[in-house]
Write a protein that binds this ligand. Structure first.
Ligand code: GRF
Length: 208
């Protein structure tokens, strides 16, 4: 998958705002994220803001509405679309749908996610609010591989920021999001570089 001759082809899965997707697309376009291209953006929500932005950017997109569908059936359609588009790496960017075990098994170590906390602290929903309510002094975001457990797979990269006394959960979430927009591209660049390897749960630069 990594360090390959052709660009690493991303399949980006979204459900909503799509700001991480747009940040990745911007970084590719500006050359800050090299050796990578967006092959397809897939939304499971028809009127997702991120979908409209994707179309404005002229990126290929598809919609597979998940509501009311069995998870495995919906995921099979998404997987087929990703394969049709030659996707090497599945990038979850605010994808608000749990993945079926079949989908995860179909893309081993080829699905990544960004979570707005320093995992393993505060997995699940409303991570920034959880961190704020807990009273942590350092917060941040984590880019990680996806395995069968929630917000659990090997960590690719984390970025930390201080929690200020003047913060509320909203301002904290907004500053974490700014970090996310850089962290996701940096993490994808690590994968694309081919310079990193798994060492158990660790994903680290291989010894040269
Ligand atoms: C981000 O906070 C991300 O960490 C979480 O969902 C949010 C998605 O935001 N997984 P966006 O749709 O990329 O703007």
């Amino acid at each position: 998958m990594s360090g390959q001759a052709h660009p690493l082809r991303l399949g980006v899965l979204i459900s909503g705002r799509g700001s991480n997707l747009i940040a990745i697309a911007d970084n590719i376009r500006s050359g800050r994220l090299a050796g990578v291209e967006i092959a397809i953006v897939i939304s499971n929500v028809e009127n997702a803001c991120g979908l409209a932005l994707t179309r404005e950017l002229g990126l290929p997109s598809a919609v597979f509405i998940s509501k009311g569908r069995r998870r495995a059936e919906h995921d099979a359609d998404v997987a087929a679309c990703l394969r049709e588009h030659g996707v090497d790496l599945v990038v979850l960017a605010g994808y608000m749908r749990l993945l079926s075990p079949e989908f995860i098994a179909a893309f081993p170590n080829r699905i990544v996610n960004i979570h707005p906390s320093l995992l393993p602290a505060f997995p699940g929903l409303d991570a920034q609010q959880q961190a704020f309510d807990y009273g942590v002094k350092v917060a941040g975001c984590t880019v990680h591989f996806v395995d069968e457990h929630l917000d659990h797979g090997a960590i690719i990269l984390q970025r930390a920021i201080p929690v200020l006394d003047t913060d509320d959960a909203h301002s904290l979430a907004s500053r974490i999001l700014t970090e996310e927009h850089q962290a996701y591209s940096e993490a994808i660049a690590r994968i694309a570089s081919g310079a990193y390897e798994f060492q158990g749960r660790r994903y680290a630069r291989r010894a040269s």
